[in-house]
Ligand binder design. Structure first.
Ligand code: F6R
Length: 611
């Protein structure tokens, strides 16, 4: 949530920061701003997307070798120019951008007001900046020292970056709980919330750790911990290419990412699964495989789309491994004092690897002695680093705010994890193991086939785009697929949509069914199929409009349905990876037909780093 970019070096800093903010806009787009040093500190900020800032800044002299920038997802204070970052200290010398939340800002603000501070915004960020300024003034100390003292009193999560008009050759940054990457160039440094603003300039990066402070000049990077001890920056090589974060000819990132899925699924399996040899290698969990197979129970914690992947994994793991699985919203799990301890395995599923709810959930479970397995997409992310073991999903950068390719990659990797545990435990027959390896290997091609439905799905989208509500139904492995279809639709088309287990319909939601209600039913051939056929009849008896996702060759459901989408046949364990494709396309096309910005849906942000 919120994107931060900063630059110091020989180039013009503002264009670098502006371009970086555009790349990070998926993290929030309520307002954007930059601070530069050009005849003193200059700050420019505007409500709305980065483009509004860009237009506003054209009338100013933006030359400067140093700049900090921010794109905001509002928490404290409405989206407006005044609440946009960077914020400025009372003496007008310091400017700061912040990602995260300062939880004790009310108390700090009162203390500062008592000391005579006046605030321009409603934000917690401005309070922190004034607090740092006050400490600097009272102690007559350098900014770095004032920051260190301030952070010892701050409760909350943050990445902050500061510039000081009196020290125009230095950026100062600190991190706790939110991500910060520093790109190391020749005589220049780039700071950002993720690597996407950095990759076109340098592949050498340092991931700043919690409680570290960075003092950065054009040709020097000093890292210190909160006790002022020097830390050695660990330089890593980025493994993403620029093309991966550009639209590549597609109208939207979301469409590009939907169409990348044959490749991303292939990438998530590559080097792990060899169906010909009948082998499955999971390097990231090798050391823990035996422990996992002996787990008392597995608890999957995640949010949103990743939680839906967790629900499917629950069915898969219980079926193959015969280990009890619970799936928890990370936010609920964290705060209800769960019974968890040694012998429990927590699987944290997260595309970004930075979701605050998931992160704090695993932190507390880890403290209580549980083993943490991270299934993340972003390499080097906080959740990945906090986990004892794990597997990356290798879907590449996901920029569209609505998750698509990360979801199918999560499903593929969770299937692999389940198979690995099952083979370690001996709870799956050799024949079934081999069959599932074959099925997984074919998934990428089947997804490519499902993507050919795009035109047909677009026509269906056109037919139903004006509906006020949608119901999504499925049973068994397809129930979470229905939840995911409904989430995608509401996120990007703002149509109210609910997902339900098809059998639950008769316990309430059937009251909604009439001739105006489109009901999307995921009814592929699996062990629940006959039951779903009955559910379709119940809807038709009440004149509901049925859009059925069925297996190729199905002859029973098509005559009953208003619209039918045929997807390739697959084992029920891997079928969700395929049956979700038309649901992603349906949501995409309805969102576009209604004229919405599907890559940046209102009120949302990609990486939810606040609790
Ligand atoms: C929905 C979506 C969100 C995320 C959720 C968790 O399209 O993207 O629901 O799935 O915010 O994010 P991660 O997976 O990054 O932990």
């Amino acid at each position: 949530m919120c994107g931060i970019v900063a630059y110091i070096g020989q180039r013009e800093a503002y264009p670098v920061v502006l371009k970086g903010l555009k790349r990070l806009e998926y993290r929030g787009y309520d307002s954007a701003g930059v601070a530069i040093i050009n005849n003193g500190l200059q700050v420019y900020k505007k409500k709305d997307k980065v483009a509004a800032l860009e237009e506003y800044a054209t009338s100013f002299d933006m030359r400067s070798p140093i700049a900090i920038g921010h794109t905001r997802w509002a928490t404290h204070g409405e989206p407006c120019d005044r609440n946009a970052h960077p914020h400025v200290s009372g003496d007008g010398k310091l400017a700061m951008v912040h990602n995260g939340i300062i939880e004790n800002y009310v108390q700090l603000k009162q203390e500062l007001i008592n000391q005579g501070h006046v605030f321009q915004s409603d934000t917690d960020t401005e309070v922190l900046l004034h607090f740092i300024e006050e400490i600097k003034k009272q102690n007559q100390c350098p900014l770095e020292e004032a920051l260190r003292i301030a952070l010892k009193r701050v409760v909350g999560a943050y990445v902050i970056v500061l510039i000081d008009a009196d020290n125009p050759d230095t950026l100062i940054a600190a991190r706790k709980g939110s991500p910060l990457v520093i790109g190391v160039g020749k005589g220049e440094h780039f700071l950002a919330s993720d690597a996407s603003p950095i990759v076109e300039y340098t592949k050498e990066v340092v991931y700043v750790n919690d409680y570290e402070i960075a003092i950065i000049k054009a040709d020097e990077l000093i890292l210190k911990n909160i006790s002022n001890e020097r830390q050695t920056p660990y330089i890593q090589k980025l493994d993403i290419e620029l093309a991966a974060i550009e639209k590549g000819g597609y109208d939207h990132f979301m469409l590009k990412e939907i169409f990348e899925q044959p490749q991303t699924i292939f990438d998530s399996l590559r080097g792990r699964l060899d169906a010909k040899k009948g082998t499955l290698t999971m390097g990231g969990i090798r050391e823990y495989a035996e422990m996992l197979s002996k787990a008392n129970r597995i608890i999957i914690v995640a949010c949103g789309t990743s939680w839906h992947a967790g629900l499917i994994a629950e069915y898969v793991i219980e079926e193959l491994c015969r280990i009890p699985v619970e799936v928890e919203y990370a936010s609920e799990f964290r705060y209800r004092n769960p019974v968890v301890g040694p012998g429990d395995v927590i699987i944290a599923v997260s595309q970004s690897g930075e979701t605050a709810d998931t992160l704090v959930a695993i932190e507390s479970a880890k403290e209580k002695g549980a083993i943490i397995l991270g299934i993340c997409n972003v390499v080097g992310s906080s959740i990945a680093r906090l986990s004892h073991a794990g597997a990356y999903t290798h879907a590449g950068p996901e920029i569209g705010v609505a998750s698509t390719k990360a979801f199918t990659a999560q499903l593929a990797v969770l299937c692999l994890v389940a198979l690995k545990i099952a083979s370690e435990k001996g709870s799956v027959s050799a024949q079934r193991f081999q069959h599932l390896l074959d099925e997984l290997e074919q998934t990428s091609d089947k997804v490519a086939t499902a993507l050919k439905l795009d035109d047909q799905v677009k026509a269906i989208a056109d037919k139903y785009k004006d509906a006020r509500d949608f119901l999504y139904l499925g049973r068994g492995y397809n129930f979470p697929v229905a939840l995911e279809g409904a989430l995608k639709l509401k996120e990007i088309s703002y149509i109210h949509a609910e997902g339900y287990p098809a059998a639950e319909m008769k316990h309430g939601p059937i009251a909604l069914v009439d001739e105006n209600l489109p009901v999307v039913i995921v009814a592929t051939k699996d062990s629940y199929y006959e039951k779903v056929v009955s559910n379709i009849q119940e809807i038709k008896a009440r004149k509901g409009k049925v859009i059925a996702i069925v297996t190729e060759g199905d002859q029973t459901i098509p005559p009953m349905a208003d619209d039918v989408i045929f997807v390739p046949s697959a084992d029920e364990i891997v079928a969700p990876i395929i049956s979700v494709i038309p649901l992603q396309l349906l949501a995409y096309h309805i969102g576009v037909l209604k004229g919405f910005d599907v890559d940046k849906p209102r009120n949302l942000a990609k990486s939810v780093t606040v609790e």
